[in-house]
Design a protein around this ligand. Structure first.
Ligand code: NAD
Length: 502
């Protein structure tokens, strides 16, 4: 397979602290690989506790003494819109770098870059339109909500669609007036290195945005435990989320957790089968299957099961796997050799747990690079590990069901509860099922298409708290209640009677 390498790749990726690029205090670095050649193309500064200290100090200075938290929402929104303009203006370059670093197909990386711009535009609008509550007790009191940014927000992000997921935290945090320290995923630090220039060009004051590269157990851990960081927004694996939850508890920090998933797509016999096929294929094989909301378990009603399996497998075998930079590519290369090996291990396990219908390992001719052929297993029982565990690659499990009750039990029989997708022409069944399924988000007769105003988040092991729309602004702000007396207050007069007098 070919391998396109963009011009002008940086060879060093630094931290960005207080408006300046910075090396690690220790001078340590780590290698960054691209997922097609799996050779290092750059080194990144390996942040440790002392680098996090410097970044938090810069963010605190910008928070306590700088203009950003005190600017009117409209002034902040102007900067956010300039950020969106800059992201849009360089979407092709962003996509090119993201594709090179992550292995995501270029057409999908371009869509993610545009979505990142939209996140800034959306929160610019929202913060200007925001209204807070006021309550009156006639003649006695006015009570109002004074909204204040919480402080320095610690943002910890994963490697799948890194730039877009960073924007999903940066935009509401900055719109709210917080200052931030971002710790991007160590597998994919390239696109995050563009934020500094974009923000400076848009007029974000120095120190408001800070970035520390490094490993989760070092830089990420130091950020989570830092006393100067009152809230952590984390997206990543459930096991990492549990560790961070424990460490945040020690400091009673605010937390938002977007974690893993093993989302079901349930296809009833009355569904529009062509649409369900298109959507369930896209739902698990887009973004290389490295998608938190992937519909990676497809439950199919028995009367259409055999036909669905046959048509699904035929389409999966036909998916174009190739150079992530080729616009014809539908599935690119997985992010890192470690992750690739993990997905291949699950595929070998799947061969003992289900019936292999398509894929099953590396695609023919791809002897280097982290390529995986889109893989379909049928007849997967709910006890199988490939039914229960998040694989986070282009691998799907198909399971038949006979009744609505059985479908619901299968759908809910995993630790996760991020998304669910239902395919049926029966409106009543669709809503009844949607209300009972344990998922933070449900799509009826659709894959994942989301309005930014809606809540985003999972239940059970898929997350804690919800973001999206005003919920994100609520996370990054305190709502202080101010009570104003309008008349005399009936106060019990403690100490007003002299001792000895009655
Ligand atoms: P990960 O948990 O390994 O890493 C995520 C981030 O956490 C990285 O920046 C990492 O360096 C950091 N980290 C790791 N250990 C840490 C620690 N002890 N303290 C502080 N930070 C630490 O996840 P990943 O492999 O990068 O991402 C894939 C996972 O993310 C999948 O499980 C996927 O479902 C999930 N995800 C969820 C959503 C969602 O919105 N629910 C979205 C995207 C991805």
């Amino acid at each position: 397979m070919t391998h396109y390498v963009p011009d002008g790749l940086p060879s060093e990726l630094k931290h960005y602290i207080g408006g300046e690029p910075a090396d690690s205090v220790s001078g340590k670095t780590f290698d960054v690989l691209d997922p097609v050649s799996n050779t290092p193309y750059a080194t990144a500064a390996a942040g440790q506790a002392e680098d996090v200290d410097r970044a938090v100090a810069a963010a605190r200075t910008a928070f306590t003494g700088g203009p950003w938290p005190r600017m009117p929402p409209r002034a902040r929104a102007r900067v956010l819109n300039k950020i969106a303009d800059a992201v849009e203006a360089q979407d092709a370059r962003l996509a090119e770098l993201e594709t090179f670093d992550t292995g995501l197909p270029i057409t999908q990386a371009l869509g993610q870059a545009q979505r990142a711009a939209e996140n800034f535009r959306f929160f610019a609008d929202l913060v200007v339109a925001q209204a807070d509550d006021t309550y009156q007790v006639p003649g006695r009191q006015v009570n109002y909500v004074h909204r204040k940014p919480v402080g320095v927000a610690g943002l910890i992000t994963p490697w799948n669609t890194p730039f877009m997921l960073e924007s999903w935290k940066l935009a509401p945090a900055l719109a709210s007036g917080c200052t931030v320290v971002l710790k991007p995923a160590e597998f994919t630090p390239l696109s995050a290195s563009l934020w500094a220039g974009i923000f400076a060009g848009a007029g974000l004051p120095p120190g408001v945005f800070n970035l520390v590269n490094g490993y989760g157990e070092e830089a990420g851990d130091a950020l989570v435990k830092h006393r100067g960081v009152p809230l952590i927004s984390f997206t990543g694996e459930t096991t990492t989320g549990r560790t961070i939850y424990r460490h945040c508890a020690a400091h009673l920090k605010g937390m938002s957790m977007e974690l893993g998933g093993k989302s079901p797509a349930i296809v009833f016999a009355d569904a529009d089968l062509d649409a369900a096929l298109d959507s369930t294929l896209f739902g698990v094989f887009s973004l290389n299957g490295e998608r938190c909301t992937a519909g990676s378990r497809i439950l199919v009603e028995r009367p259409i099961y055999a036909e669905f399996c046959a048509r699904y497998a035929e389409r999966a075998a036909n998916i174009v796997v190739g150079d992530p930079h080729d616009p014809a590519t539908e599935v690119g290369a997985l992010v890192h050799p470690e992750h690739h090996a993990k997905v291949l291990r699950y595929i070998e396990l799947g061969k003992t747990e289900g019936r292999l219908l398509a894929g099953g390992g590396r695609p023919p001719g791809a002897d280097r690079g982290n390529y995986v052929a889109p893989t379909v297993f049928a007849d997967v029982p709910p006890t199988a590990r490939i039914f229960q565990e998040e694989i986070f690659g282009p691998v799907v499990a198909l399971t038949p069901f006979d009744t609505d009750e059985e479908a619901l039990a299968l759908a809910n029989d995993v630790q996760y509860g991020l998304a669910a997708y239902l395919w049926t022409a029966d409106l009543r069944r669709a809503h009844t099922f949607a209300h009972s399924v344990e998922a933070g988000m449900v799509w009826l007769n659709s894959h994942n298409v989301r309005d930014l105003r809606t809540p985003f988040g999972g239940v059970k092991a898929s997350g804690l708290g919800q973001e999206g729309g005003y919920r994100s602004l609520d996370f990054y702000t305190h709502q202080q209640a101010i009570h104003v007396s309008l008349g005399p207050v009936p106060t019990p007069r403690f100490g007003a009677v002299r001792k000895g007098q009655s």
